[in-house]
Design a protein around this ligand. Structure first.
Ligand code: OGA
Ligand code: MN
Length: 204
């Protein structure tokens, strides 16, 4: 039986190919509100360069990963709260439909400056935190072909390219899909998050 609504569509995709990109996930108003939240955090100096690796091996490596991030430690405004609530609906649908046992979502804003990318990687490292499902929501209005910044997902059927257009949500099984963020010619903003089976620590 197919599950209904956009969360049902995502759950069906997780049960099938294991990845999906849906457009029109939260609506343009929510995109604008989240961009305002991002801007507030940027103005307040709340973004820092993201690192790679876990524990003692954690390090900055801008040639590997060039984004600056700001973690959401509980929603700070209505936009963040509404978006996290919507994603919690996906968590509940996944648990009902696939018995995934997802308990927590860890999420940060991300900004890639022009020219910055993130080389091919898996979101779940063998020794790392227990990431089960990855979600990325794009905030880039008027993205043009030629702006670059595609997410390149490695699938059994070859590479799948997703443009980082505003209101597109990408969802995939964290342990199964290597992926790459290609450099863009303009700033590339998103929210990236991971559903965990248990609330665990996170990298810095
Ligand atoms: C990540 C990541 C993809 C994207 O943050 O781990 O792969 O499209 N992001 O921003
Ligand atoms: Mn990733």
């Amino acid at each position: 039986m197919r599950n209904e609504g956009i969360h049902g569509e995502i759950v069906d995709a997780l049960a099938g190919p294991g990845y999906v990109a849906v457009t029109g996930y939260a609506g343009v108003e929510n995109v604008l509100a989240l961009l305002a939240s991002l801007d507030t955090r940027q103005q307040a100096g709340r973004f820092h360069h993201a690192g790679i690796g876990v524990g003692a091996a954690r390090a900055l490596a801008p040639a590997i990963r060039g984004d600056r991030i700001s973690w959401i430690d509980g929603p700070e405004d209505c936009a963040e709260e509404a978006f996290l609530t919507r994603l919690d609906g996906l968590r509940v649908s996944s648990n009902h439909g696939l018995m995934m046992g997802l308990e927590a979502l860890d999420m940060h804003f991300a900004s890639f400056a022009p020219g910055a990318g993130y080389v091919r990687h898996l979101d779940r490292s063998p020794t790392g935190v227990d990431r089960v499902v990855s979600v990325i929501y794009y905030l880039n209005q008027d993205w043009q072909a030629g702006d670059g910044g595609e997410l390149e997902i490695e699938t059994a059927n070859g590479l799948v390219l997703v443009e980082p257009r505003a209101d597109t949500l990408v969802v995939f099984l964290s342990a199964q899909f290597s992926h790459t963020v290609l450099p863009a010619v303009r700033e590339r903003c998103s929210l990236a998050g991971w559903f965990h089976r248990r609330p665990l620590g996170r990298p810095s």
